[in-house]
Design a protein around this ligand. Sequence first.
Ligand SMILES: Nc1ncnc2c1ncn2[C@@H]1O[C@H](COP(=O)(O)OP(=O)(O)OP(=O)(O)O)[C@@H](O)[C@H]1O
Ligand SMILES: [Mg+2]
Length: 286
Amino acid sequence: MPEAVHVASGKVREIFELDSERLLLVASDRISTFDVVLPTDIPDKGRVLTGLSGFWFARTREIVPNHLLALREDGRSTEARRLSMLPIECVVRGYLAGSGWKDYSATGEVCGHRLPEALRESDRLPEPIFTPATKAQTGHDENIDRERAAELVGGELLAEVERISLELYRAASEFAAERGILIADTKFELGLDAEGTLTLGDEALTPDSSRFWPADTYEPGRPQPSFDKQYVRDYCESLGWDKTPPGPELPPEVVEGTRARYVEAFERLTDLTFDDYLAEPEAVLS
Ligand SMILES: Nc1ncnc2c1ncn2[C@@H]1O[C@H](COP(=O)(O)OP(=O)(O)OP(=O)(O)O)[C@@H](O)[C@H]1O
Ligand SMILES: [Mg+2]
């Protein structure tokens, strides 16, 4: 890629600079489970994430402007406006899972939201809640309350970030539920563009940035199977792996089963076939 300079590697994306205003985000096929990147790739996973993000960016422009400029022919590269990212992760939860469930079990609260008593694991919340987290440079992100988040980004901006995050979650979770997918929670990354306009960046509403649960087997009172990574998690647990690096290699049937679930999520949500996407990635934008 002679026109682009590599500037950073995330767990999943390689980031290149196209010019002073534009980045190229290239989503790899790397998969992480229990926060460890595994040595085996899931073919096309990066394309699914890129296509789904593009799909949502095109459908949420009325709620908030986003960084998307173009999708490239390879289906995994997004040309994006470079943003100055806010130092918080904008998490919205509609159901009680993961660290939300853990915090609630210990304190009855999540990020300063007092919740009704006697909720069960995976219960639907009375209302979606905004539960920001810090962006940890190393280790796990840490849930924070509104006061701490306001210190990090400013109170006025935080109120706008919360309103936008909740609106995005509401719109997307309703849309997905009609297609058999519950979005239990999701994380947005927002930033400011050159003019100082609050803008949605990164990936959005993908299985990597969200908990997607199959609606037909939803049953509160226990953890839910994840739509996409369950094969990988079950396989890793069956090995008795201690969840520290290095992670195990995945056998072909686990790779294929996982790929099929990512593709299924894409097809259910977009109403396109994945082959349509491969032939013309920008089909998700119309
Ligand atoms: N428009 C944008 N402008 C600037 N930075 C962006 C933009 N969109 C996304 N990013 C940043 O690019 C990176 C995406 O890479 P990736 O998703 O692989 O990272 P990650 O594994 O989630 O997190 P980390 O970067 O901590 O490893 C993130 O750090 C994200 O904040
Ligand atoms: Mg990321």
